[in-house]
Design a protein around this ligand. Sequence first.
Ligand SMILES: NC(=O)c1ccc[n+]([C@@H]2O[C@H](COP(=O)([O-])OP(=O)(O)OC[C@H]3O[C@@H](n4cnc5c(N)ncnc54)[C@H](O)[C@@H]3O)[C@@H](O)[C@H]2O)c1
Length: 464
Amino acid sequence: MKIKNICCIGAGYVGGPTMAVIAQKCPEINVTVVDINEKRIEAWNDKDVENIPVYEPGLSKVIAETRDRNLFFSTDIDSAIDKADMVFISVNTPTKTYGIGKGMAADLKYIELCARQIARVSKSDKIVVEKSTLPVRTAEALKNILDNTGNGVNYQILSNPEFLAEGTAVEDLLNPDRVLIGGDVESPQGKEAMQALVDVYAHWVDKSRILTTSVWSSELSKLTANAFLAQRVSSINAMSELCEKTGADVNEVAKAVGMDSRIGPKFLKASVGFGGSCFQKDILNLVYIAKSFGLNEVADYWEQVIIINDHQKRRFAANVVKTLFNTVSGKKIAFLGWAFKKDTNDTRESAAIYVADYLLNEQAEIVIYDPKVKAEQIYADLDYLNSRPCEENRRCVTVANNSYTAGKDAHAILVLTEWDEFKTLNWEKIYNDMLKPAFLFDGRRLLERKIKEKIGFEFYAIGS
Ligand SMILES: NC(=O)c1ccc[n+]([C@@H]2O[C@H](COP(=O)([O-])OP(=O)(O)OC[C@H]3O[C@@H](n4cnc5c(N)ncnc54)[C@H](O)[C@@H]3O)[C@@H](O)[C@H]2O)c1
């Protein structure tokens, strides 16, 4: 079966970049990315490709090459579904904020809405691909909805979780470690659908890197991969606290540990804590699934990864207060970085949000600079926590348009995102413009202690 038309529901951090790369590598396939969010679609269609809503190195170039050639962004969801042979579902699956499973389970209402819409619109057979990260056995529910509310057409459900990392999404999509495709391996129709998706990726991915499994293994593998990655971060972060007490240095420990080929060097960087839209939500979901099967020890084991991460954010903020003579009330604290990591404008679950919230509760005045995050996003992130009235967030937090303005007259600077530009700032100028003693807290192990101390900073870094 040759795929000619693809529809992707959800034009977010996954749908946009993934479909752009598919369109680039498969010029004979028409790819339409649809979303209910009109503003987002408008931004994807902005004449100036630098204004697309997702910042990723290299992405605007891929969009410039493919957009309106065989890549289209639209709000006409029905017509895109109707035309497609293959429909990717790439909508958000946040943690539930209400009812049963509140704070843990994945909220699948957006997924279900997509399934009902596909069922209502489809007049020809479709392959439906789960691109969103979903709890194991969601495909069963999707099939049930599609088969029972549809127009009698046939559906094959595939699971094709996305493993891209924000900040390196284009590179990850072009050279993936593996592509995982789960499907109904027992039936000829299932195998045919899987082959159709394998053929799409085989345009640029070596076949040895395309894995095919059962749907259940594929769904669970994505949750497991994120749990393992986050676990490494929490493991090294737990050690960072011990390093601070014992005189060891977490970077030296990480290097020594990571050179063991059984362990490996990646994801051993201590920091103020992991963020991003996925790790926390996916682990909570895993914990919820384990609990729902009565596997309490398994659930507790993975929950500890989140507990350490929350502890790391809190203790970083608490250390700022303690170091600034036990009070930050009325003091100007400058944040360098708001995004959850460098090279993305995504701020979801960013550690900076929680550090700010903690310090605002201590009545600090915060000035924030991030090279890619807009002021409206920063305020929206703080308002979302509901910790104080929105007006108070605007009164106590200002957004600067460079690091120097942010640091001027500050009591302390906190490095919260590892943007490269922070490494090469004129730190002497920043030091001269700050109140003394000038405190510098490196939550990302980005800066060199010796150089900063020579300038005169009181320097604190996670894990040393
Ligand atoms: N962000 C990542 O790095 C990443 C990586 C791998 C997997 N994932 C998974 O991919 C999925 C999507 O993540 P994201 O970061 O792209 O989310 P996102 O919030 O950036 O984008 C989701 C989009 O779906 C749209 N949407 C929701 N319901 C819709 C509907 N019924 N019809 C049309 N559009 C609808 C929203 O308006 C939004 O624009 C999630 O399940 C996530 O866990 C994310």
